[in-house]
Each structure stands twice: as structure tokens, then as C-alpha cells.
Design a protein around this ligand. Sequence first.
Ligand code: ZN
Ligand code: ZN
Length: 134
Amino acid sequence: MYDKMLRERELKVTPQRIFILEEIRKMGHAGIEDLHDKVKEVYSSVSLATIYKNIHILVEENILREVPVHGRKSVYEINIGDHVHMCCTKCGEITDIMNIDTRPMILEAERQSGQPYERIAVMLQGVCSKCRNN
Ligand SMILES: [Zn+2]
Ligand SMILES: [Zn+2]
């Protein structure tokens, strides 16, 4: 599935790239360093710089999206379109909230500023259910 995605964008399909994408999908939202640790388990000689470079290309090609996290390094996710994020203020876990329509916010912002917007990134903060039950 990811090899087709890469080929369509005329990117080289390397086992490492496929592995990176698979890992990010599994992790949901992955920090570069955590990702590096995972990739190293299989490709022991891979450098952090290589991971950075690959992530950068995949973001440019819209296969991945960067999710900026307040006060921390960005995490990356497979681009599944606009959705809202929730970041736990205790454990830092990032969760997707898929069923919130963010268009009204964009429309209201456009109405107020008179200029168009392409996308919106919403990050909610709170305590996740795991931390609340501990
Ligand atoms: Zn938590
Ligand atoms: Zn997400």
C-alpha cells in the first residue's frame, strides 16, 4: 500500500521508507527520536539524520503530516486529512479526535479576516482517560 503511494509520487521505494511509514501508522503519532529507535532495531546502522531526511521528504509529499506539540518536539502522522488532536498534559499521549467538523472555525476565521485558509490544526489539552484512572 505504501509502495504504491511512494511510486505515485515518483519517490524511491526503499524498504526503510516502507518500514518508517508502517511504524508511524502503528504508533499513530511518532516523534523522530522514538522512530529512530524503532528503525534501528531492524536497520541498525540508520542515522538520525537519515530519519530526518526521509520524514522531511514524506511531509513535503503530503504522505506524512507534522503535528506541532506545544513545548515539545513535533510528532508525525500518516496524512489522513484534517482532524483534531488531544494532548494529555500528564503523559503527553496524543490522540486523534476524528469526528469534529473544523470547517465552521475556518469559515468564521475567513469571515473575520477576509482571507482564505487552507487548513486548520487544533490541539486540545486535557488529561487522558488512562491518566485520569490512575
Ligand atoms: Zn495521559
Ligand atoms: Zn492525528
